[in-house]
Design a protein around this ligand. Structure first.
Ligand code: ADP
Ligand code: MG
Ligand code: ZN
Length: 632
């Protein structure tokens, strides 16, 4: 999808050419060898040394040539069929010092027709193989050079990182639309790369690694290119799959090489796209070639520990599967800053469309907001495609400008496949998700000691979730009171409850909410001693694990039952609280949902405004409004 990515077919083609080169030179070698063998044609008898001496003594040999390992010569007798001379050959190995031989030769070779050779001639040992080798080399390099240069094929272990220093097709933050928060975060990195000294003198700590997380096509690669474009420093870019090779050790040495090259060019930026290709949890997956990947990952971890970010190297990586990454990679000091690149909401989509429509003549009447409104669920890459598709359609129709009908048909075409059709949210689904998320948010806002709601969205973040409510704790909470845990459970249950209230019944979209709610309630009972029935006991064995397996639980049947009942009670009570809130503020719920349907995301300030509005309107007692009111 991106122009930076190494198309996988290219490296495969490289390898095919390499193999072709080897075959060609191998064939050449074979042909030459055969020519050499043919030089010695004619009937040749191989004799044992003893028999050769006997025949010599009997005077049956006409001439002899003594080599260091071979004796060759001609017999007196000729071939009875065609009268051709008969040659013979004797191995002399082990008999080289047969001094008696010379006396025998003197006596029995009639005209003294024998000679000796010291060994193969220089022509045979040096010039001939040398020429052969040269020929092979030429053939090889010819084939290789056609596939992109000797260097690229010879340097297996060299990293394949492409370096961008110039500003050919420079990408800037202007080209990235709808990711304002992400851009702010990345601008800090650009600033650091441009003036590393300034940061360090203030004692600022710069992140070593920044991980961009988001669904495919949301613009992660684009963002990385924009960082490089803005910073104006060398940019080493490669894809995780570039490290994955057939040969053990190649990946690891590529990593080493990459960092060595980067160190020489600091300040600079290293970008590893599709980090999950090397960053998968070690030991995960089946047996087989995993050693290689583990080695590569280990080397990456070693290099990341080894370099000093203050020297001006920053590692940027992107993945759409953060959950598969090895935990060691996301530890502090490695990819410790993680930035989520969301799917765009209505306004985001409009902005992205504007970026891509810059070069396309649009009809005067068209409003890109309309196009954005009919493409919920589309990511940046889809929208870029859509603009392209619409422009093509207009051209095909002989129009000079692109209008709404072209966009509409373009959408039809893009979602032609059944799997792609899912990308476009159906209206009823949008409605349902809106109520669900509004339910989470409203309950959280109305209960004390909950984390403030930062943003609500009905555009999923990939990984299965359809919408999300983002809570942002004011500060990292180290301790949770019983109230805060109970209210977190209420808020989690608020989603399904709101669906029930507004649409008659809940859907299966709440399974992960329920899992998390149950998990919290269970830990309250089993680990935190927060159940009056079971008392202040920790029911886990001293394994120190927070996620006990069955074997580690130490309770009787009776206790197990009591635990289940207590978990049940906590959930039921939390649900009752949530229900009261949602029923009591039904209008507010509808209002939040409507706003979500309209603009797909609602941020903290808007949510606060809606809530305050509702309060002065209904004059209802601000029951339980102890919720953290601050917006971050
Ligand atoms: P990812 O790396 O997240 O899979 P890419 O960065 O490769 O996605 O995006 C593919 C293309 O989609 C980009 O080259 C760009 O044309 C378009 N695109 C994606 N997101 C955006 C965005 N936020 N703004 C503008 N264009 C975008
Ligand atoms: Mg990408
Ligand atoms: Zn939910």
């Amino acid at each position: 999808m991106s122009s930076l990515k190494n198309p996988p077919t290219k490296s495969r083609r490289d390898r095919q050419r390499l193999i072709l080169g080897l075959l060609v030179s191998g064939g050449l070698f074979l042909a030459l060898g055969m020519a050499v063998a043919l030089r010695l044609q004619g009937p040749v008898k191989t004799l044992p040394y003893g028999q050769f001496r006997k025949q010599l003594e009997r005077g049956e040999i006409a001439s002899v040539r003594l080599g260091p390992t071979l004796i060759e010569g001609r017999l007196l007798a000729v071939n009875p069929q065609d009268g051709r001379p008969i040659h013979f050959r004797v191995s002399r190995v082990g008999m080289e010092h047969d001094v008696d031989l010379i006396r025998l030769l003197d006596v029995h070779i009639p005209g003294g027709d024998y000679e000796a050779e010291t060994g193969p001639s220089p022509l045979q040992t040096v010039v001939f193989p040398g020429a052969l080798f040269l020929l092979m080399l030429l053939a090889f390099s010819w084939v290789v050079s056609r596939s992109g240069g000797m260097g690229s094929a010879m340097a297996f272990a060299k990293s394949r990182a492409r370096v961008y220093t110039g500003n050919a097709q420079r990408v800037t933050f202007e080209d990235v639309a709808g990711h304002d928060e992400v851009v702010i975060e990345l601008k800090e990195i650009v600033e650091f790369l441009q003036t590393p000294g300034k940061y360090c003198s203030l004692g600022g700590r710069v992140p070593k690694g920044v991980l961009l997380i988001g669904a495919p096509g949301t613009g992660k690669t684009l963002l990385a290119r924009a960082v490089a474009g803005e910073a104006g420093v060398p940019f080493f870019s490669l894809s995780g799959s570039d490290f994955v090779e057939l040969f053990v050790g190649v990946g690891a040495s590529r990593v080493r090489n990459l960092f060595a090259r980067a160190q020489a060019k600091a300040p600079c930026l290293i970008f590893i796209d599709e980090l999950d290709a090397i960053g998968k949890a070690r030991g995960a997956g089946g047996p087989g070639s995993h050693d290689e990947r583990d080695q590569t990952l280990n080397q990456l971890l070693v290099e990341m520990d080894g370099f000093d970010a203050n020297r001006g190297i920053i590692l940027l990586a992107a993945t759409n599967r953060p959950e598969t990454l090895d935990q060691a990679l996301v530890r502090p000091g490695r990819f410790d800053r993680q930035v989520v690149v969301d799917r765009p909401d209505l306004i985001g989509r409009e902005q992205i469309l504007k970026v891509h429509a810059r070069a396309v003549p649009l009809e005067e009447t068209i409003n890109l907001r309309q196009v954005a409104a009919i493409t919920p669920g589309f990511v940046g890459a889809d929208l870029a495609n859509l603009v392209n598709e619409a422009a093509l359609l207009a051209a095909r129709r002989g129009k000079t400008t692109v209008g709404l009908p072209e966009f509409e048909e373009g959408i039809e075409r893009l979602i032609a496949g059944p799997e792609k059709r899912q990308r476009l949210l159906r209206r009823e689904e949008k409605n349902r998700i809106a109520f669900h998320e509004a339910g989470h948010a409203l309950v959280a806002r109305k209960l004390p000691e909950t984390d403030p709601v930062h943003k609500i969205s009905i555009i999923g973040r990939g990984n299965g979730a359809l919408g999300y409510t983002l809570y942002r704790p004011e500060e990292d909470r180290l301790l949770h009171t019983r109230t805060s845990l109970e209210n977190a459970v209420s808020s989690l249950l608020g989603g399904a409850l709101a669906e029930e209230l507004a649409l008659g019944e809940a859907s299966d979209g709440c399974s992960s909410d329920l899992r998390r709610a149950t998990q919290i309630a269970r830990r309250m009972v089993v680990e935190f001693g927060m159940s009056p029935v079971l008392g202040r006991l920790n029911y886990l064995k001293d394994s120190g694990l927070s996620s006990p397996t069955a074997a580690e639980l130490s309770w009787s049947e009776q206790t197990a039952r009591e635990i289940d009942l207590e978990v049940r009670r906590i959930i039921d009570e939390a649900q009752a609280r949530a229900r009261i809130i949602l029923q009591g503020h039904r209008e507010t719920l509808d209002e939040i949902a409507a706003r979500l349907i309209e603009q797909e995301t609602v941020d903290a300030a808007e949510l606060k405004a809606i809530l305050e509005n509702a309060e002065c309107r209904t004059e209802d007692t601000p029951r339980g409004v102890g919720g953290p009111g601050s917006e971050s």
